[in-house]
Design a protein around this ligand. Structure first.
Ligand SMILES: *[C@@H]1O[C@H](CO)[C@@H](O)[C@H](O)[C@H]1NC(C)=O
Ligand SMILES: *[C@@H]1O[C@H](CO)[C@@H](O)[C@H](O)[C@H]1NC(C)=O
Ligand SMILES: *[C@@H]1O[C@H](CO)[C@@H](O)[C@H](O)[C@H]1NC(C)=O
Ligand SMILES: *[C@@H]1O[C@H](CO)[C@@H](O)[C@H](O)[C@H]1NC(C)=O
Ligand SMILES: *[C@@H]1O[C@H](CO)[C@@H](O)[C@H](O)[C@H]1NC(C)=O
Ligand SMILES: *[C@@H]1O[C@H](CO)[C@@H](O)[C@H](O)[C@H]1NC(C)=O
Ligand SMILES: *[C@@H]1O[C@H](CO)[C@@H](O)[C@H](O)[C@H]1NC(C)=O
Length: 573
C-alpha cells in the first residue's frame, strides 16, 4: 500500500492542462492615433491643463506596428464590434491580445478624483456625478477605480470588466442593456461609438503538458513495485498460494490443522475469543480439556457480521471524514458559481473558466500534491470499502457450501478444482464494482485538477512569455465534487444495505479468519483427498446414541463423502 502512495500522489498530474493567458492592454482611441497622431484628449473631463496630455501620452508605448509581418499571421487584425465583444468574453484569452477600440469620437474619460459613479439601488441605473450625489437615498456610491489605460491581467477576476462603461469594478454583465445595448454594434465602452476593433493576433503556444519528471517518478516507482512482486514470486515460487476461501479450505482439508480440532461449530467470534496467537501454545499442550462440544442452533446471521468491527469502523470513519470534507468543499466551491444545475453542468469537468481556480498560486510540485490529495483519500476509502464488501462476499460463498456440493475455487486448480474468480468476488458483483471504482477515480480527478497558466505579455516587437506571472494552481469542478460525494455515499449506503441481508442458517460464520475456516475442515479418516473433489459442509456423524449414558456428540466438517444437515439442539465437536 505504501508503495502505491507515489502513484496515487502523482499519477493524476503526469498530463495536465497548460492554459495560455494573454496579459493585454485596452486602448480606446481614434484612427489617426494608430498611424502616429497624438492621442485626442479633447473629451477628457475634469483634468487640469497639461495633465490630460500626460494621461494621453500613457498610450504611446502601446501603439501598434501595422506593417509588422514578422509572424505567420498579420499581427493586428480588423474585426467588427460584435466579434470584438465576443472574443473577449473569456477570462483567459489565448488567441487575442491587445485590443484597440477605434472610435468615431474621442474617448470620454473623467478625472476620478472629481467624478463618482452612483448606482440606483433598485433599478441598477448608473450615473456619473460630480459634487453632491444625485439622490443620496436611492443611489449607492460605487468604487469605479480602474486604471487607464486598462491592463487586463489573467489573475484578476474578471479580467474583461473593461467592456462595461459603468466600470463597476467587480462585475460586468454584457447582457445588461444599460451596459451594452442589445444591438452590439452600438457598444460604447468609453462613451464614444465604436467603429471597429483592431485586435492583436497571438499564436497559440501550448495546450496539454506532459511532465517528464512526474512521469519518470511514476515509472520508477512502478518498476520498484514490479521488482518487489517479481522478487517475492521467485523467492516463494514453491509456496502454495493462499489467496481465496477455496485455497484455505483446500489447504486445511489436505493438511488437517490439529490445533483447531473439536471446534467444528465455533464461529469466527468464538474462535477469536478462545483462540488467538497468545493462547495458541497453551491450548496446544492441553488440547481437549478446554473444549466443550457445542449445540447446533441454526441462526440466520446478518451479512454485517462477516467483516470485523474494525473494518466497519475504519470504513465508516473514513467515509464520514471524507463526506464532511466533500460537503465543505461543495459549499465553498459553489461560491461565485452560477446557480442552477444546468448552468453548473456547463462549468463542466476538468475545464477552467477563471472562477473555478484556487486563488493560491503554488510551486509546480505544490499543486501536483494538492491536486492529488483527494485521490489518495479516495483510494484508501475505496480500499477499506473493498475489504468490507469482499469480506461479506467471502462469507456468502462460505454459506453456499451448506446446501450445495461443489468443487473448490482455488488459485492454482488441480484435480476437479475450479479456477478462482478474477477478483475473489463473483463477476456479477466484481464488474459493477470495478466500473464504479473507475468512475469514482475519474470524477475525483476532475474534482480537483492541476492547472498551469502561461502568461504572455505584449512587447512592441512581439509577445513574450512572462515567467514571473505564470501561475501553477488547481482548478476545481463543483459538479464533479458533488457527484464524487454522491457516489461515495452510494458505496457507503450499499454497505449498510448489504449488511442487512441474511445468510442461510446453519454454517458457523467464519469470515476470512483462517482459524475458524480450519475448524470446519476436519474430515473423517476415510475421506482421502477431499480437497480435490466436490465438497459440502454438514454433519459427517450425529454421534452414537446411549454411549455410556452421555449425550451423543456428533461431528461436522467439509467432506467429499455424503453429509447430513446437523440436528438442531444436538451436540457437535
Ligand atoms: C479630437 O477630435 C475632435 C472630434 O473628432 C476633433 O474636432 C479635434 O480636432 C481632435 N483633436 C485633435 C488634436 O486631433
Ligand atoms: C483631478 O482633479 C483634482 C481636483 O480638482 C486635481 O487636483 C487633479 O490634479 C486632477 N487630476 C488630473 C490628473 O488632472
Ligand atoms: C514594424 O515592423 C516592420 C516589420 O517587422 C519593421 O521593419 C519596422 O521597423 C517596424 N516599425 C517600427 C516603428 O517598429
Ligand atoms: C478596418 O475596417 C474599417 C471598416 O471596415 C476601415 O475603415 C479601416 O480602414 C480598417 N482599418 C484597418 C487598419 O485595416
Ligand atoms: C433603496 O433606498 C431607499 C432609500 O434609502 C430605501 O428605502 C430602500 O430600502 C433601498 N432599497 C434597497 C433594495 O436597498
Ligand atoms: C483610486 O486609486 C488611487 C490610487 O490607487 C487612490 O489614490 C484613490 O483614492 C482611488 N479612488 C477611489 C475612488 O477609490
Ligand atoms: C475593485 O476595487 C477594490 C477596492 O478598491 C479592489 O481591491 C479590487 O482589486 C478591484 N477589482 C478589480 C477587478 O479591479
Amino acid at each position: 500500500m505504501l508503495s502505491s502512495l507515489p502513484l496515487h500522489l502523482l499519477f493524476n498530474s503526469v498530463i495536465f492542462t497548460n492554459l495560455q493567458a494573454n496579459d493585454y492592454v485596452v486602448v480606446p482611441t481614434m484612427e489617426d492615433w494608430l498611424s502616429g497622431a497624438k492621442y485626442n484628449t479633447s473629451s477628457f473631463v475634469g483634468f487640469s491643463s497639461g495633465k490630460a496630455d500626460a494621461v494621453g501620452a500613457l498610450f504611446d508605448p502601446y501603439r501598434p506596428n501595422l506593417t509588422d509581418t514578422s509572424g505567420d499571421l498579420p499581427r493586428y487584425k480588423n474585426v467588427s464590434t460584435e466579434l470584438c465583444l465576443s472574443q473577449y468574453n473569456v477570462q483567459y484569452t489565448t488567441l487575442v491580445g491587445n485590443v484597440y477600440i477605434v472610435q468615431s469620437q474621442p474617448t470620454v474619460w473623467r478625472n476620478q478624483t472629481l467624478w463618482k459613479l452612483a448606482v440606483h439601488n433598485i433599478t441598477g441605473d448608473f450615473v456619473w456625478y460630480t459634487g453632491s450625489p444625485p439622490n443620496p437615498e436611492n443611489y449607492k456610491w460605487q468604487n469605479a477605480n480602474t486604471t487607464f489605460p486598462y491592463r487586463s491581467r489573467p489573475e484578476t477576476v474578471p479580467s474583461n470588466g473593461w467592456r462595461c462603461p459603468s466600470r463597476r469594478n467587480s462585475t460586468c454583465n454584457v447582457e445588461d442593456e444599460r451596459e451594452v445595448p442589445s444591438d452590439k454594434s452600438k457598444w460604447a465602452p468609453y462613451e464614444s461609438p465604436v467603429r471597429y476593433c483592431l485586435v492583436e493576433q497571438v499564436p497559440e503556444i501550448c495546450k496539454l503538458q506532459f511532465s517528464f519528471i512526474i512521469a519518470s517518478v511514476v515509472i520508477v516507482s512502478n518498476l520498484i513495485k514490479a521488482g518487489c512482486i517479481a522478487w517475492l514470486l521467485l523467492r516463494y515460487k514453491k509456496h502454495e498460494a493462499l489467496v481465496t476461501l477455496g485455497d484455505a479450505v483446500a489447504s486445511f482439508l489436505e493438511c488437517v490443522d490439529l490445533t483447531t480440532r473439536g471446534r467444528c461449530l465455533q464461529s469466527k467470534a468464538e474462535v477469536e475469543r478462545h483462540f488467538n496467537g497468545n493462547t495458541l501454545a497453551r491450548i496446544d499442550h492441553m488440547p481437549d480439556r478446554v473444549l466443550k462440544p457445542q449445540r447446533f442452533e441454526p441462526i440466520r446471521q446478518k451479512w454485517s457480521m462477516a467483516p470485523s468491527y474494525g473494518t466497519w469502523f475504519a470504513a465508516y470513519m473514513f467515509y464520514f471524514g471524507a463526506v464532511l470534507f466533500g460537503i465543505l468543499a461543495i459549499i465553498w466551491s459553489l461560491d461565485g458559481m452560477p446557480s442552477g444545475l444546468a448552468k453548473l453542468w456547463k462549468v463542466g469537468f476538468g475545464s477552467v473558466n477563471g472562477k473555478n481556480l484556487l486563488s493560491i498560486g503554488t510551486s509546480l510540485m505544490g499543486s501536483v500534491l494538492l491536486a492529488n490529495t483527494p485521490q489518495v483519500i479516495l483510494s484508501y476509502l475505496y480500499i477499506t470499502f473493498n475489504t468490507l464488501y469482499t469480506n461479506m462476499f467471502i462469507a456468502r460463498e462460505w454459506a453456499t457450501y451448506l446446501n450445495q456440493r461443489k468443487t473448490l475455487r482455488v488459485t492454482a486448480p488441480i484435480g476437479q478444482q475450479r479456477e478462482t474468480y478474477w477478483l475473489s468476488v463473483p463477476f456479477r458483483f466484481a464488474i459493477p464494482m470495478t466500473i464504479l471504482s473507475g468512475v469514482f477515480h475519474w470524477l475525483a480527478s476532475q474534482s480537483l485538477f492541476m492547472v498551469q497558466i502561461t502568461v504572455t505579455v505584449w512587447k512592441s516587437t512581439g509577445r513574450v512569455i512572462s515567467v514571473t506571472d505564470s501561475i501553477s494552481t488547481c482548478g476545481f469542478s463543483p459538479v464533479a465534487i458533488i457527484l464524487t460525494t454522491v457516489i461515495a455515499t452510494a458505496i457507503a449506503v450499499g454497505g449498510i444495505i448489504m449488511g442487512r441481508l441474511k445468510y442461510p442458517a446453519g454454517m458457523p460464520m467464519a469470515g476470512s479468519l483462517s482459524a475458524a475456516i480450519s475448524a470446519a475442515c476436519h474430515p473423517s479418516e476415510e475421506d482421502i483427498d477431499a480437497h480435490l473433489r466436490p465438497v459440502q459442509w454438514g454433519a459427517v456423524s450425529h454421534g452414537l446414541e446411549f454411549s455410556g449414558g452421555n449425550e451423543p456428540v456428533g461431528h461436522c466438517s467439509f467432506s467429499s463423502l455424503p453429509v447430513e444437515l446437523p440436528i438442531t439442539g444436538r451436540l457437535y465437536a
